[in-house]
Design a protein around this ligand. Structure first.
Ligand SMILES: Cc1cc2nc3c(=O)[nH]c(=O)nc-3n(C[C@H](O)[C@H](O)[C@H](O)COP(=O)(O)O)c2cc1C
Length: 272
């Protein structure tokens, strides 16, 4: 489309008409396509997570509540034991979306079973891969889904403090997630005695300074501790000795965002 088409497009919207000459042409069949979901590339896609972006004002917690937001948190902390939550995530087969594909439920269990009573959970939102923007799309467009997943994970793992490590080159993501944390605290989804369950949890946002290596979990931990962001040899794994030498579970943004889906709709709801 060109700016010169704008007048005609506006008129066609008002009249609920389709402008044939401006329709998308399928490069394979040469046919014109009227609806986006009829385009072969999109036809078989399931937008389980970012599908909500078009339904939400990301700065409005009420919008998220209106589509069933925080129902999974209520179910997890009020109706399920932490071990049951871990079990469900294991059963879902969910694998980490940060690149390594490690089974998330198993990682949660390692951290949960680590003997130290003080544990941490972390969202890895460093997203340093050139051209990648799936984590950004979620944090900017559906921040409460990430936050809800994190709170449920903290409950399951037994953590009372969490961190969201986000690159500072994503100012809108930083803004929207910071606002989401404030709103969730006001609504009683964060802080002391969450939803009357007796579970306490708080989250802090930490901003990375654009070092690609700080997306690697051990370097991220060092950066969070205020040290030079350099990877450390493993073992010990963060699940045993992570942030300030405490058991720490780090998951990617998208991994966390899958959790409410699994709690709400069952272990088959997410893709493994
Ligand atoms: C050099 C390097 C950079 C990485 N950058 C990221 C990143 O930007 N985001 C991310 O989630 N994981 C990144 N990872 C993977 C993390 O170390 C870690 O495996 C991941 O955050 C775990 O979360 P997951 O189990 O949900 O995938 C990186 C790994 C390496 C080796």
């Amino acid at each position: 489309m060109q700016p010169s088409d704008a007048k005609e497009v506006l008129a066609s919207v008002m009249e609920k008409k389709v402008i044939d000459r401006l329709l998308y042409v399928d490069p394979v069949t040469g046919e014109r396509v009227v609806h986006e979901m009829e385009i072969p590339f999109y036809k078989n896609q399931l937008r389980l997570l970012i599908g909500n972006n078009i339904k939400l004002d990301p700065t409005s917690i009420e919008d998220y509540l209106a589509i069933g937001g925080y129902a999974a948190l209520e179910k997890a902390v009020c109706q399920m034991k932490p071990e049951q939550v871990v079990g469900l995530v294991k059963e879902s087969g969910l694998r980490g979306r940060g690149g390594g594909g490690f089974p998330s439920g198993n990682k949660w269990e390692f951290t949960r079973n680590a003997p130290d009573p003080v544990k941490y959970v972390v969202v890895n939102a460093d997203e340093g891969d050139p051209g990648a923007f799936m984590d950004r799309a979620l944090l900017e467009g559906s921040p409460h889904a990430v936050l809800e997943g994190l709170i449920i994970g903290a409950y399951a793992i037994g953590a009372h403090e969490g961190f969201l490590y986000v690159r500072q080159e994503y100012p809108l993501a930083v803004h929207n997630i910071t606002l989401a944390i404030q709103k969730a605290t006001e609504y009683g989804f964060l802080g002391k005695n969450i939803l009357g369950s007796g579970f306490d949890f708080t989250v802090e946002v930490a901003q990375g300074a654009g070092a690609f290596v700080c997306g690697e979990e051990t370097a991220l931990i060092r950066s969070l501790e205020g040290k030079t962001g350099e990877p450390k040899p493993r073992p010990p794994f963060p699940a045993v000795k992570g942030l300030w030498n405490k058991p720490t579970n780090i998951n990617n943004v998208e991994t966390w965002a899958n959790i409410p889906l699994i709690i709400n709709k069952g272990p088959a709801a997410s893709l493994p």
